[in-house]
Design a protein around this ligand. Structure first.
Ligand code: ZN
Length: 427
């Protein structure tokens, strides 16, 4: 490392004022990062609002850069020798992206996710079971680091099937479980089906991330009911960092403004969206210099509350967490529909296992929606249909299916198919 790099890193890690920190980061990137040098405007930013002088960054920009400059692209600030960890996005929405972290960046990741663990109420006496694979995805590694950082016992559940995981949770007396919300529900159902409720008894907190859901009231309450535990949500992206921590009293997430800058924009026009309205979250990471994230379009749809949260947390509050992915938003018969709104109704009625939402074109050339679902009580189909009609204004066909027919994913559940002849999907 050159003495100039060392001095820049030291200055960036000591600065706490967001604008000064951002300017130090930008100066450093202009000098060292090929991808950013081409994009950054000249001169220092005079205010946080000046951030808008920087271009938005999309995942497609980074994927295209890696395709042209394989394997890691040019959004790199240092020689490869400086990096200590590589992870990748799941590729559930497009090509996977590879991300490299330096030791300093990884220290910062740990700090951000430790904030999440502390906000969730976890401490050194906890035993935290991590129901993630040891794959190249950051959720496991981030959760592992945070659990270590707070001095809790880490219980890795990678490489195990659901029943072995339940047994391990029981044997070690796990007090918390970290996983996706759909996997929390799946594991609870497997536990109840196989008389393993006793193994679930010690779990007090379910810490969810990876997909929208844990902040939807009906999903959260089903997770809480089935585990008899508190469900907490958090949010982050490999490309950006762990930016959202849970609000235990109010539900949903807070945006960690100590380490990130946030904007909400209209997903189509890119114009700013005021608090109280749904917009796409755009994030700038202040503590990440090796593979920086500047004005990164997360594709996460978020609504910020105009009221403070009941706990008095000082950071912006999104009571509904991540409402959905702007890529998942489907325009059907002229209406914007987030699949999470359909899931919310399924969970409210209860007794629903796996499900799949299919958008299709019927022979009369109308766009239609059907939901294939495992229903404990097939007679509920009519009730679900009626709620969707009144709440979403959507005519939805509910098709009960036998358990085991639909695929189960432990990562981001693939629950939406759009097989219309002319797709109206946005994004
Ligand atoms: Zn709060």
């Amino acid at each position: 490392m050159t003495s100039g790099t060392a001095a820049s890193l030291a200055a960036m890690s000591e600065e706490r004022d967001p604008l000064a920190r951002l300017n130090l980061l930008l100066d450093h990137l202009r000098a060292e990062n090929e991808f950013q040098t081409k994009r950054l405007p000249e001169g220092r930013l005079a205010s946080i609002e000046d951030l808008r002088r920087l271009p938005l960054t999309t995942k497609d920009d980074l994927v295209a850069d890696q395709a042209t400059h394989p394997p890691f692209g040019t959004n790199l600030t240092y020689e490869l020798e400086r990096y200590c960890l590589v992870f990748q996005t799941s590729g559930s929405t497009g090509s996977p992206l590879m991300l490299l972290a330096t030791p300093e960046d990884w220290d910062w990741w740990r700090r951000c996710i430790t904030t999440v663990w502390r906000a969730a109420g976890l401490g050194s006496s906890d035993r935290v079971a991590l129901a993630y694979s040891f794959g190249p995805y950051v959720q496991f590694w981030g959760s592992y680091e945070a659990t270590q950082a707070i001095g809790a016992l880490t219980i890795p559940l990678g490489g195990m099937g659901s029943l072995q995981r339940l047994e391990t949770i029981g044997v070690y007396g796990a007090t918390a479980l970290a996983c996706t919300p759909s996997y929390a529900l799946h594991l609870a159902r497997r536990g109840l089906e196989t008389d393993r409720a006793e193994a679930m008894r010690t779990v007090e907190r379910i810490i969810c991330t990876g997909e929208p859901g844990a902040s939807l009231p009906a999903v959260r309450s089903e997770i809480e009911r089935s585990w008899d535990a508190q469900c907490l949500d958090h949010a982050g992206l490999s490309e950006v960092g762990a930016f959202g921590y849970p609000c235990p009293a109010g539900g949903g997430i807070h945006l960690n403004e100590d380490e990130f800058l946030f904007e909400l924009v209209d997903p189509v026009s890119g114009d700013p969206v005021p608090a109280g309205e749904v917009g796409e979250l755009v994030v700038t990471a202040l503590g990440r210099s090796g593979s920086p994230a500047l004005r990164y379009r997360t594709r996460d749809a978020v609504r910020l509350s105009t009221e403070p949260c009941p706990d008095g947390h000082r950071h912006p509050w999104a009571p509904e967490g991540i409402i959905g992915r702007t890529d998942d938003m489907v325009v059907i018969r002229g209406m914007n529909v987030y699949p999470s709104a359909i899931e919310e109704i399924l969970r409210e009625v209860g007794g629903v296992g796996e499900f799949r939402i299919v958008f299709y074109t019927d022979p009369m050339a109308m766009d239609e929606v059907k939901v294939e679902a495992e229903l404990d009580r097939p007679g509920d189909a009519r009730e679900i249909q009626e709620r969707m009609r009144t709440r979403l204004g959507l005519r939805v066909r509910i098709v009960p299916v036998k358990p085991g027919v639909l695929p189960v994913g432990e990562g981001k559940a693939r629950r939406v198919e759009d097989v219309r002849e002319t797709s109206g999907a946005a994004g």
